[in-house]
Write a protein that binds this ligand. Structure first.
Ligand code: ZN
Length: 389
């Protein structure tokens, strides 16, 4: 049996190691001990006075169905259903306040990663909790440039150091990435106040696990979806700087929005035109039903033609008349003709491919383009000049 161990952390100066293979069967005594330790930590550390803090933990000998995870990450799971599963599987668990922490805990155990990333979290010593964090941004940029398998470290354009949280929590910073060795090296490259301890987690961040492919008429509020269709209303900007356009497939039409916090992403969205074929990715807002864009794949760009100005007759200096679509021009005075094309192709401001919100606006689950595998392709479609409205 393989016993290859990997170091994944350091807590109080002690190495934390993990092994990809099962190494120890826990007996009832071990489980009681672990349960008591977790209970004690939760009692001491959980900020249950915070309105949105509803901790819970779950210990299970049997993994629940993967569907529990999928339902939790994509839709809504009721606490009743979770409690039912916990009882059926003879779990040890504890939920506080509204007990919703139990939902996240059971979903995490049920998770069978198809795609996954890692995050190394560096913690602060407890006397520093709640104080201003010292993390040197230039060292973060350096780390970002050095370790290509990491992502969402720093938003260069909006000058946002994404690895540092804003809350007064014990976390100093967290680096997300594909490769455990690079993450560990990353912790050492970031210049900061003393790292008290650190640990690598396997996560669903940056996986798009929350998204499900939907036809437009199937889209429900609070889901996160992938939908494909044609732009049927040119982008418009509303108060607050939010940019919207309408997307239509064979089942219906829905508005898509790039909100103000998505910054330069809105410039790409403003470049869309009626007839463009796109695939959109995002969460669904209820009123009005709108897809809040996380990224977009521009599959086909419409060729847009503008009418050229009528040429001047080289003989008598009068404006010539069009003889009809692609027929050229003719002077009505002296009958001189011109073959100058009557339409000119407009240069589009966007190209085919992916556009995503900047790092500063990315949701944790949203897969960065950097991680999107197998570039999708699309063809430029042309429209005949006679199709021009
Ligand atoms: Zn003429």
């Amino acid at each position: 049996m393989e016993t290859r161990k990997q170091k994944i952390g350091e807590i109080n100066g002690v190495d934390v190691v993990c092994c990809p293979f099962f190494t120890k069967e826990l007996d009832e005594n071990d489980l009681d001990t672990i349960y008591a330790i977790i209970l004690d930590i939760l009692k001491k550390q959980a900020y249950t006075m915070e309105e949105n803090t509803n901790p819970g933990f779950v210990m299970l000998a049997t993994r629940p169905m993967g569907a529990v995870y999928e339902k939790a990450v994509r839709g809504i799971v009721s606490l009743e259903d979770v409690l039912q599963i916990l009882q059926t599987l003879h779990a040890r668990f504890e939920g506080y306040k509204n007990k919703r922490g139990l939902i996240g805990a059971i979903a995490a155990i049920a998770w069978e990663p198809k795609d996954r990333t890692f995050e190394v979290i560096a913690y602060r010593s407890n006397e520093r909790w709640g104080t201003r964090r010292t993390v040197d941004p230039s060292s973060v940029k350096n780390m970002d440039a050095t370790f290509f398998s990491t992502f969402d470290n720093y938003d260069y354009r909006n000058r946002h150091n994404r690895i540092v949280p804003n809350s007064p929590c014990p976390i100093l910073f967290g680096i997300r990435g594909e490769n455990i060795e690079e993450l560990i090296a990353g912790v050492n490259m970031v210049k900061s106040e003393t790292v008290d301890s650190w640990l690598v987690f396997e996560t669903n961040q940056g996986t798009d696990d929350h998204l499900q492919q939907k036809k437009i008429n199937e889209i429900q509020p609070f889901e996160s979806v992938i939908a494909e269709g044609k732009v049927t209303q040119n982008p418009w900007t509303i108060q607050g700087g939010h940019v919207l356009f309408d997307l239509t497939d064979e089942t219906g039409t829905i508005s898509c929005a790039a909100y103000e916090p998505t910054k330069e992403f809105r410039t790409a969205i403003r470049g869309l035109r009626v007839g463009d074929v796109v695939k959109v990715y995002g969460g669904v807002r209820e009123h009005p039903l709108t897809i809040n864009l996380e990224k977009i794949f521009i599959k086909q760009l419409m060729k847009i033609w503008t009418k050229t100005e009528n040429p001047i007759c080289p003989v008598c200096g009068k404006h010539m008349k069009s003889k009809g679509t692609e027929q050229g021009y003719k002077c009505i005075v002296c009958k001189t003709t011109s073959t100058k094309p009557s339409f000119r192709e407009q240069t589009r401001s966007i190209t085919q491919g992916f556009y995503e919100v900047p790092t500063c606006a990315r949701r944790h689950l949203s897969k960065p383009i950097k991680r999107v595998e197998g570039k999708q392709s699309g063809d430029i479609i042309a429209i005949r000049t006679s199709d021009i409205p």
